[in-house]
Design a protein around this ligand. Structure first.
Ligand code: MN3
Length: 210
């Protein structure tokens, strides 16, 4: 199958002033599109590799031919990470932090302030390009971590619930070198309803993001 760039569920300017419209447009229509195109190009050589979604592809990474393995890690990772990222963003200051995720953050991480501290540290300390994540690990516990490049937590058997893109392409037009300010503002546009949905799905082990 051929992977496709998804439509966004909101306008490019919906996240302003936290993330500006121009950044969103370039990020979605150029950067994300490039991961999708490069993934399709890598897989074109092996039509027998027919995966329904980038999550299943990454979970089967050990079966991928050596000559395209790194391209798949980079581009299936890039595709999946951005699929999640668009969905977990919403209009500033509209989403309520509540529900199961709140209870689980209290239980596993010691509360919202501790989560904020851990996530901010993960996003700030990632050297170069990468992501900060809130994930569900194989033991069913929450963890905060960061990954380099487009490496997905799925490669380590973890289900991503929330991710922050800290590549410069995600913030440079508006924030330039002020990554810490971008990270601080990010907490205003998290769609906690969607994070709660992901938590339920991951517990049911249905993780096929499309
Ligand atoms: Mn990006």
């Amino acid at each position: 199958m051929t992977f496709k760039l998804p439509e966004l569920q909101y306008a490019y300017d919906a996240l302003e002033p936290v993330i500006d419209a121009k950044t969103m447009e370039i990020h979605h229509s150029k950067h994300h599109a490039a991961y999708v195109n490069n993934l399709n190009a890598a897989l074109a050589k092996y039509p027998e590799l027919d995966f329904k979604c980038p999550t299943k592809l990454l979970k089967s990474i050990d079966t991928i031919p050596a000559d395209i393995k790194q391209a798949v890690i980079n581009n299936a990772g890039g595709h999946l990470n951005h699929l999640l990222f668009w969905k977990l963003l919403t209009t500033p200051d509209t989403s309520v932090y509540d529900g199961e995720i709140k209870e689980k953050i209290d239980a596993d991480l010691g509360g919202y302030d501790k989560f904020l501290e851990l996530f901010t540290a993960a996003a700030t300390s990632r050297f170069g390009s990468g992501w900060a994540w809130l994930v569900l690990n194989a033991q069913g516990k929450l963890e905060v971590l960061s990954t380099p490049n487009q490496d997905s937590p799925v490669l380590d058997g973890k289900s991503p619930l929330l991710g922050l893109d800290v590549w410069e392409h995600a913030y440079y037009l508006n924030y330039q070198n002020r990554r810490p300010e971008y990270i601080k503002e990010f907490f205003r546009v998290i769609n906690w309803e969607y994070v709660n949905e992901r938590l339920k799905k991951s517990i049911e082990m249905d993780g096929c993001d499309r």
